[in-house]
Design a protein around this ligand. Structure first.
Ligand code: PLP
Length: 375
């Protein structure tokens, strides 16, 4: 599979220049076909293929996702979005009054409210004070004390595209005996990430951005060794060991893997689409995708600087990501956005800047079109 042929699978390309993948990625034809295949199966067969669906979801699709993330199949659960994964962790830890959690002051609200909500259980938040939207392990270390249970951060920040140093932060957490929880929705599908390379305990990512999977899908990773550190707050008939369907001998013995976090039927139609999307990304190769996206953003950066725009996102190569935020020193961001919008070029506004987020199906001509349309 190559970048050229995959572009033809994205009908959106004939309609507009879409550079807003950090908000919602458009669906490709193979993903829609996969969703429809599942729906047609239910249309034609009702529940008859249910055992096959479970086998496919739990064994084959989780296997593909696990391989993609450098995880084990048993460490993967399906969730409906990133927020659900964050909540599994927040509501699953056996907090004691006086415990604390460390987060940065620029996190997406999903990675804030779930911790704020623990106030009633006596848990406090210790805020990483970012400098110009950046932070590192040295900013976190002084915040850790004997009652710190967890550091929770996005590996790529939605506001400015800042990519955190997972190696450094992971090493700090391991040294201090603190759990590490990662919101990776702005990371996976755009940049390579192998969870086995870092001491990450939990990771969550919705499918609907860089993975170009349907809305309502997501991945939750729970490292095998961390499984017993959280107790599922939501328990249902899927959380427990498999039994025959007519068995009502209730036995709350949890599944021995991350499947315990799926309390009931998962979003099979969406998960079929997620599988097709991950298959495309895996076939293209995430390292090639990362190089492609980084080169599109590098071209955008160069053109913007030549036109005297200010780049808000980090310039340090190691801190760059699929997100490139910029603004003009003299022209309001809203009017730039409107101008691009009129030209059918779609970006987002975040933190008062334009946020450009090209994906694997975008190309250099689209970056050129954006540059040409800007004053
Ligand atoms: C960093 C980050 N985390 C979480 C979310 C919310 O994702 P979801 O709808 O999958 O919960 C977003 C959405 O923009 C995000 O950028």
């Amino acid at each position: 599979m190559d970048f050229e042929s995959i572009r033809r699978q994205f009908p959106i390309k004939s309609r507009m220049v879409y550079l807003n993948n950090a908000s919602i990625g458009p669906l490709s034809l193979p993903v829609i076909e996969a969703v429809n295949r599942f729906l047609a199966d239910v249309r034609d067969n009702g529940r008859n293929n249910y055992p096959k669906w479970c086998d496919k979801a739990d064994n084959h699709i989780k296997e593909r996702i696990a391989a993609f993330l450098g995880a084990r199949r048993s460490e993967i659960a399906f969730v409906k979005n990133t927020t659900e994964g964050l909540l599994i962790v927040a509501n699953g830890i056996d907090w004691k009054p006086g415990d604390n959690v460390i987060i940065a002051d620029i996190e997406y609200p999903s990675n804030v409210y779930c911790w704020m909500n623990l106030k009633r259980r006596g848990v406090t938040i210790r805020w990483i004070k970012t400098r110009n939207g950046r932070f590192n392990a040295k900013d976190i270390e002084p915040l850790i004390d004997a009652r710190t249970r967890l550091v929770s951060c996005s590996s790529v920040q939605f506001l400015n595209g800042f990519r955190v140093d997972l190696g450094q932060i992971g090493e700090l957490c391991r040294r201090k005996g603190v759990m590490l929880n990662i919101d990776a929705i702005q990371h996976i599908g755009a940049l390579a990430l192998k969870v086995s390379d870092y001491p990450i305990d939990f990771l969550s990512a919705g499918g609907h951005k860089w993975l170009t999977a349907p809305i309502g899908t997501g991945i939750f990773y729970c490292r095998q060794e961390a499984l017993e550190r959280i107790h599922p707050a939501n328990i249902g008939y899927h959380s427990v060991r498999d039994k025959s369907e007519d068995d009502i001998e209730y036995d709350l013995t949890l599944k021995p893997d991350a499947g315990r976090f799926e309390e009931a039927l998962v979003n099979f139609p969406g998960v079929w689409g997620l599988d097709a999307a991950v298959e495309i990304i895996a076939k293209l190769g995430i390292r090639r995708i990362e190089a492609h996206i980084m080169s599109l953003n590098a071209a955008a950066r160069e053109g913007l600087l030549a036109r005297k725009y200010e780049i808000v996102s980090p310039s340090d190569e190691k801190q760059r990501s699929g997100i490139l935020c910029f603004r003009h020193p003299g022209i309001a961001t809203e009017s730039l956005w409107e101008r691009l919008h009129q030209a059918r070029i779609h970006l987002a506004i975040r933190g008062g800047a334009l946020r450009c987020s090209p994906s694997y199906y975008n190309d250099g001509e689209e970056i050129e079109a954006m540059l040409e349309a800007l004053p």
